[in-house]
Ligand binder design. Structure first.
Ligand SMILES: [Zn+2]
Length: 98
């Protein structure tokens, strides 16, 4: 944002990079703004800010996919290897007794 702070004080401030560039007139302030926008530090910060919602969405999708995977895994998990017949379950020689 370019503001006139005094008689010959035009200041460009970039909120993203926390940068203040003071110039003597508006045109130099505009040129300073354009030069700052072309600089790699501003480009990287803008890119980071632009990708931030995407990263958050990806992390939320990943956690949702993990919970879905756990649900599906619990549904499709093989049943415990024990007979349904209670008389067979009581047979301690075979099903975990002594
Ligand atoms: Zn910047």
């Amino acid at each position: 944002m370019i503001r006139k702070e005094g008689k010959v004080r035009w200041v460009y401030t970039c909120k993203l990079c926390n940068v203040r560039l003071g110039q003597v007139d508006q045109f130099r302030a505009i040129e300073a703004m354009q030069g700052h926008h072309r600089s790699p530090e501003h480009a990287f910060k803008a890119l980071e800010q632009a990708l931030q919602p995407f990263v958050e969405a990806m992390s939320s999708i990943a956690s949702a996919a993990a919970s879905l995977f756990e649900t599906v895994q619990s549904v499709y998990a093989p049943p415990p290897n024990k007979p349904h017949d209670p008389s067979l379950l009581k047979d301690r020689r075979k099903w975990g007794g002594r």
